[in-house]
Design a protein around this ligand. Structure first.
Ligand SMILES: NC(=O)c1ccc[n+]([C@@H]2O[C@H](COP(=O)([O-])OP(=O)(O)OC[C@H]3O[C@@H](n4cnc5c(N)ncnc54)[C@H](OP(=O)(O)O)[C@@H]3O)[C@@H](O)[C@H]2O)c1
Length: 243
């Protein structure tokens, strides 16, 4: 399965060192994209890159912290220097911790807001500038959450950060449209990664969404005819409450 007409698209995936981001990176590489893997943990990024390369895919590790403006700018500049273009950005890097509001610390609030909302803003802004300057009709996909659509007990900071990301994505889509840049939102419920074990250990593991299923949704968005647009995909565990 290839994405669009050009065989070699250049895709950046943040939070690609494990979980959903690693699954998305692998699917993109299977679709013949050059995948730039971004996260803080270099060793884990290299493991993902090795597994992609073993299957004949192309991956490049660029460790960066999406919270840091300078690191994001340098990461995007490095991609442009090497490839001369960016076709796809997947803003997936994220953190989530559960706590009742009286127990929510300012540190955790700031970490979730900064990673989940500011990180996606910084990466989108830098990539948008490149796509605009180079007249690339690219795609930006933001991995939010059902926690960006609905409140969940003990997830105030996480929900606030994901609602912020959903709002940002709406405006990014509006500003991207006249430039031919397509912006999509993917909102999964509980996905079987290290993350869910921390924030929702109560969910029966057999009911969880698999990371590859979120990656499939991303590929569906990238493979749609350019005449139409699917702005949002919500994926929930079938046994969970309908939003
Ligand atoms: N799992 C779920 O149930 C679920 C449901 C809905 C939405 N989501 C969202 O899906 C995304 C991926 O979640 P996941 O379940 O795959 O979580 P995960 O397994 O904990 O992976 C999170 C990824 O984000 C990276 N990351 C975190 N902070 C970063 C930073 N400051 N800079 C760069 N990278 C950073 C991590 O890499 P490093 O630690 O190496 O930096 C890691 O690669 C998140 O945005 C999450 O909110 C998850």
């Amino acid at each position: 399965m290839e994405i669009g007409e050009t065989k070699e698209k250049v895709a950046i995936v943040t939070g690609a060192s494990r979980g959903i981001g690693a699954a998305i990176a692998k699917k993109l590489a299977e679709a013949k994209a050059w995948v730039v893997l971004v996260a803080r943990d270099r060793a884990r990024l290299q493991l993902v890159a090795a597994s992609i390369q073993k299957n004949g895919g192309k991956a490049w590790c660029l460790p960066a912290d999406v919270i840091e403006e300078k690191q994001v700018r340098e990461m995007v500049q490095s991609v442009v220097k090497r490839f001369g273009r960016i076709d796809i950005l997947v803003n997936n890097a994220g953190v989530g911790y559960a706590a009742a509001i009286p127990e929510t610390t300012v540190q955790d609030w700031d970490l979730m807001m900064n990673t989940n909302a500011r990180g996606a803003f910084l990466c989108s802004r830098e990539v948008l500038k490149v796509m605009k300057d180079k007249k690339i009709a690219g795609s930006i996909i933001n991995i939010a959450s059902l926690a960006g659509k609905k409140g969940y007990r003990h997830q105030a900071a996480y929900c606030a950060s994901k609602f912020a990301l959903v709002g940002f994505t709406k405006v990014l889509a509006i500003e991207g449209q006249p430039l031919g840049i397509r912006v999509h939102l993917v909102c999964p419920g509980g996905v079987n990664t290290e993350f869910i074990k921390r924030i929702r250990p109560d969910i029966p593991p057999e009911t969880l969404i698999q990371p590859e299923e979120v990656a499939q949704a991303v590929m569906f968005l990238l493979q749609q005819p350019t005449r139409i647009a699917t702005d949002e995909i919500l994926i929930r565990r079938f046994s969970s409450e309908i939003i």
